[in-house]
Design a protein around this ligand. Sequence first.
Ligand SMILES: Cc1ncc(COP(=O)(O)O)c(C=O)c1O
Length: 397
Amino acid sequence: MKLSKKSQLCTLSPMRKFTPYAMAAEAAGKKIYKLNIGQPDIETPPEFFEAVRGFSQKVLAYANSQGTEQMLQTVVDYYKRIGVEYDKKDILITTGGSEALQILFLSILDEGSEVIIPEPFYSNYNTFIRAAGGVIRPMPTIAEEDYNYAKPKALEALINENTRAIAIINPHNPTGNVLTEAELRSIADVAKKHDLYLICDEVYREFVYDADRSPCAGSLRDMDDNVVVIDSVSKRFSACGARIGMLISRNKALMAEALKFCQGRLCTTTLEQVGASALYSVGPEYFDKVREEYRRRRDICYRKLTAIPGVVCAKPMGAFYVMAKLPIDDADEFMKFMLTEFEDHGETVMCAPAAGFYATPGRGRNEIRIAYVLKEKDLERALDLLAMGIEAYNKRK
Ligand SMILES: Cc1ncc(COP(=O)(O)O)c(C=O)c1O
């Protein structure tokens, strides 16, 4: 029987593809420090669980396709607090930011339509865009320039008659780059000039370690038809398992199309919307505390990585990832080595090989992405293991 060409164009996630090796290593008694996936260890605020426990309806019914009234109002209120006016009709509650992206690309792409994305980028965009028949047009960025992609001329050079959108992730996964308001404006101007969607994935909005960065694209009021914001409770509240995200745009025609896909999948989870709505009642002190925690971890990662001979990395300004070019030949092979052969006192470390974060063949081969989602002491140990592993791997070669 045949499989689809679309699925064959997709690949396994670089964050998860070494999981079978990790499971085998764990079964054999090895301890693995997992820096491969953006699963924070920060506790989910108890408000989530309290709200779910307080759910008193006798039937766990389907919710509205657009989202529950309560959740939609919660999102409107949240944006109001950060100075951005949205209406409930501008919002669709989805099964994570992931489904928001899938629905968006199904709504705006035809076979062969192109999406410009600065690379490296969150690798699942490959799957989302290819599944919708689209093609990624990568805009290369490099560590030596802090992965800066606010380069209107370079972006403009990639536009052709098939281009439908420019997609940016701000703060950025995997590089940690964060835009200033002027940088966002310079990219927005390109999208506006060429009548393109400007997709702004802002799921890491709260995690910014330098002032005056991370403006919300929803505030670009001359771009109501262009801007699409992707949002999620996963990282913001360390609630990845809730699977609640949002597709947000003031473009009425787009939202009408997207609603068809929302109705097709009936709705997202009812109970999790109850819990997710309660999450937004946490005060700013919650974010201050979490941000400080990540800032300390970021500093540890950067200090430890730059102390390893031959490593190149840019200091992340936001999110909770760092990309590192390692003095090795092949990060996939290196990761397999770390999980199958290497150990120090029964311990090893797992990161995400970075080739999957690039669309340009050959790029990212000797790079890894680290998610700094472990406590400081564990992070220190994990990075020591990485340094030892690099040495052992190169010796073995
Ligand atoms: C940039 C970016 N966008 C979207 C997502 C999807 O997150 P979720 O589906 O959990 O909301 C992720 C998850 O890691 C991400 O890093």
